[in-house]
Design a binder for this molecule. Structure first.
Ligand code: ZN
Length: 413
């Protein structure tokens, strides 16, 4: 699937320290790639395109864009894949509600997502893959899991994954069984369905149903389950083990636990990802932002209102990616002020030297993407330049490149 146009990424002198990210599985910071690595691989779960991109999606994609940018700054070859779940229940339900075709809906919302990502200065993944494109690969993988005894056919014809078959199952989330059951219920699983070996077993393959699309594959006709879609795309485009698996904290269980278990059953290699990295949720004015509460803030709507996407990005970077954050008019206003100060300082002919700013921003980012710390470093430089002036003619350009290259905030305007 086509992704979007990459923004210009300025090259910066030197390199920073190795990037360490908090790994959900071990609960500790981990170096994302081996010291002698030439490349890095990352898989980030993309959207299900039944609705427009909201600030929660934006916050997640901007977080992993910082990882992407930091690795590039390290001189690494970054192989990054992201999926679009362009065939799934939420799409069918929304299409039916709106009296539209699920494919038309999916294409329209995916196009809007691309525009939003481009406006937010997010670097495109190398592989942007739709679930529909992954169908043959999923069919083959499900057939393999059946042959290995890691999957079984339900009376309905659906194929389920047997969690009991995978020794590594549970080691990504580390949740107890009760928590797993609760999240399975809340997040699209079917623990109460009869005829399953274990209530936790997730669907790998949906047998054909009336009114739903179906494909002929190695495992028979039907369509993929959600978790195996990500497993197959990651293995096909990145390899059997990857450096970073990323997404929102609502994907810790069941989605990432299951994707990892599927991959481990298929390849026999554990763990599937070196680091499982999760972003906090975005709330609105003190409430959780959610589809059911109907209070989602859409990036496209903010853009239509004339909000500078760089200010949206900066607002989302003002707090740490792992924390649950609140969005409000005040948060945006503060980011707009900050962006104004940075741009004013960076457009001067002379400024305070910025070499130490580059070093400090790299150090802050390498420490589990400490963006509040990185932003304070730039704030201090901008304040000093605006109040005391400065005498370095190369500083404004270096500051612009640092802010643009590592944080993805365009200060050339
Ligand atoms: Zn996924």
């Amino acid at each position: 699937m086509e992704s979007w146009t990459a923004p210009h990424v300025p090259a910066l002198p030197g390199h920073g320290p190795a990037l360490r990210l908090h790994d959900t599985a071990t609960g500790e910071p981990r170096e994302t790639v081996a010291p002698d690595a030439e490349g890095a691989t990352m898989y980030v779960c993309g959207i299900t395109p039944y609705d427009a991109t909201h600030l929660g999606h934006a916050a997640t994609m901007i977080t992993f864009d910082l990882v992407h940018r930091y690795w590039l700054d390290q001189g690494l070859d970054v192989n990054y894949a992201q999926n679009v779940t362009d065939v799934d229940e939420p799409l069918f339900e929304r299409a039916e509600r709106d009296g539209t075709d699920w494919q038309v809906l999916g294409l329209r919302e995916t196009a809007l997502y691309r525009e939003d990502m481009e406006a937010l200065g997010v670097l495109p993944p190398r592989h942007y893959i739709g679930a529909v494109e992954s169908v043959p690969s999923v069919g083959k993988a499900v057939a393999q899991l059946l042959a290995k005894g890691a999957a079984y056919r339900h009376d309905s014809g659906d194929v389920y994954y047997a969690v009991e078959s995978e020794p590594g199952f549970g080691s990504e989330s580390n949740y107890d069984r009760e928590t797993m059951l609760r999240y399975a219920r809340e997040r699209g699983g079917d623990p109460d369905r009869e005829g399953k070996r274990d209530p936790l077993d997730p669907v790998l393959w949906n047998a054909p149903r009336d009114g739903e699309p179906s494909w002929e594959t190695e495992v028979g006709p039907g369509r993929p389950g959600w978790h195996i879609e990500c497993t197959c795309i990651a293995i096909d485009y990145l390899g059997e083990q990857i450096d970073v698996q990323g997404g929102g904290s609502d994907l810790i269980y069941p989605h990432h636990e299951m994707s990892a278990a599927h991959a481990q059953s298929l390849t026999g290699k554990r763990p599937f990802a070196n680091a499982y990295v999760h972003t906090g949720m975005i709330g609105l004015d003190g409430e959780k932002m959610s589809k059911s509460l109907g209070n989602l803030v859409f990036v496209s709507k903010l853009r239509a209102e004339g909000v500078d996407p760089a200010a949206v990005r900066l607002a989302l970077l003002a707090q740490h990616y792992r924390s649950d954050r609140q969005w409000s008019a005040a948060v945006l206003a503060e980011a707009e002020l900050r962006l104004g100060r940075w741009r004013e300082a960076a457009s001067r002919e002379l400024a305070v030297p910025a070499g130490a700013v580059l070093t400090a921003v790299r150090e802050r980012l390498a420490d589990d993407l400490d963006t509040p710390g990185a932003l304070s470093v730039i704030d201090a430089w901008a304040e000093e330049t605006l109040s005391a002036g400065g005498e370095d003619p190369s500083a404004p350009a270096l500051a612009r490149d640092t802010i643009g290259g590592l944080l993805g905030i365009d200060c050339t305007r």
